[in-house]
Design a protein around this ligand. Structure first.
Ligand code: APR
Length: 309
């Protein structure tokens, strides 16, 4: 069974894409009474209409997640007017720590993925609080950033995004690092296919994609995250060992320690089966380090007690 904690926009979109791929039965958990049950019922009706063999249920009780082998955490709050980033950071970190305690109790053998922002810092909290081996704690957003790079590059190239291998690493947010030199079409780097000006535009559109969606429709992206989460979940559930960009705890890779950042990884049944090290130039490595420093700055401001059990 797959448990999705947080039956908000991202959680429900993830459930929908997972349901369409018939990955497993799905449980939605939320603190708001009725919300996960209502969303689950609507999804279950959709499954019945489509003839899918998936059971979708909703609950307000963490005990129902017992037996889950995959837990996807999409719970958390966006920034409200008047709220500082620190306040949001502390609030979401508290939510993540509380959910971690429930996972420890009811799904201690699961692989955990999370989307709660700021996702790299929240993955750090989840990792520290669970105290598990790092392979089972995976932050989502790299797939989104990479997918957006492929999308914007494809529009300039006239090539399907499916034929673009995009590389974006570092922190999810303004400090993310698109790497056009290692992004390619049929092995040809984007730096050989687009002008410097075009590359700058693609990088900027990629970094600002999330904000563009929020500005246009008034709330942040959900279908992109839902789609990406379903692909990552599939690779874990079916032990596909596909490569994705994801936020993981680094312990020496890329010369970084004790920090979480987006890097290419191989996902299989045990979670992160391998961290792939890109051949970065000195300049790219420095930029990656700066991006990791932005995550470290957030982590420094986290309430210490949340990082321990
Ligand atoms: N346990 C379970 N659910 C919770 C908890 C908790 N402790 N705290 C909050 N929630 C639920 C809320 O009740 C809400 O239904 O999390 C849900 C969040 O949903 P939305 O507000 O719709 O947010 P969404 O757009 O789905 O984003 C969720 O993912 O991409 C990130 O930045 C995004 O941090 C945000 C998260």
């Amino acid at each position: 069974m797959i448990t999705i904690v947080g039956a908000g926009r991202v959680g429900v979109a993830a459930a929908l894409f997972m349901m369409l791929r018939e990955l497993d039965d799905i449980l939605l958990i939320d603190i708001i009474e009725g919300k996960p049950q209502g969303e689950a019922l609507d999804l279950a009706h959709a499954a019945a209409i489509l003839g899918l063999s998936v059971d979708v249920r909703g609950s307000n009780d963490y005990r129902d997640m017992a037996g889950s082998d995959l837990v996807v955490v999409t719970a958390g709050f966006p920034r409200k007017p008047g709220m500082t980033r620190e306040e949001l950071l502390a609030k979401n970190a508290g939510i993540i720590a509380g959910i971690a305690d429930n996972i420890l109790e009811y799904a201690p053998n699961s692989v955990v993925m999370l989307t709660t922002n700021p996702v790299d810092a929240m993955t750090y909290v989840m990792y520290k609080r669970l105290g598990w081996e790092r392979r089972r704690v995976i932050g989502f957003s790299g797939v989104l950033d990479a997918g957006r790079l492929a999308y914007y590059a494809s529009r300039k190239l006239g090539v399907s995004p499916a034929s673009i291998t995009p590389v974006v690493i570092g922190m999810h947010g303004e400090a993310m690092l698109p790497v056009p030199r290692l992004s390619s079409v049929a092995g040809i780097p984007l730096t050989s296919l687009l002008t410097e000006e075009e590359l700058r535009e693609v990088a900027e559109e990629t970094v600002k994609a999330g904000a563009a969606i929020t500005q246009l429709r008034g709330y942040s992206s959900s279908y992109g995250p839902g789609a990406g989460l379903a692909l990552m979940a599939e690779s874990v559930k079916k032990n596909q060992r596909r490569a994705f960009t994801a936020s993981v705890y680094l312990d020496g890779e890329y010369g970084e320690r004790d920090v979480v950042a987006e890097v290419p990884v191989v996902l299989g049944g045990g979670g992160v089966e391998r961290i792939l090290e890109l051949p970065l130039t000195e300049e790219e490595r420095r930029a990656f380090h700066e991006s990791c420093s932005a995550v470290r700055d957030l982590v420094k401001r986290l309430p210490r007690e949340l990082l321990e059990r």
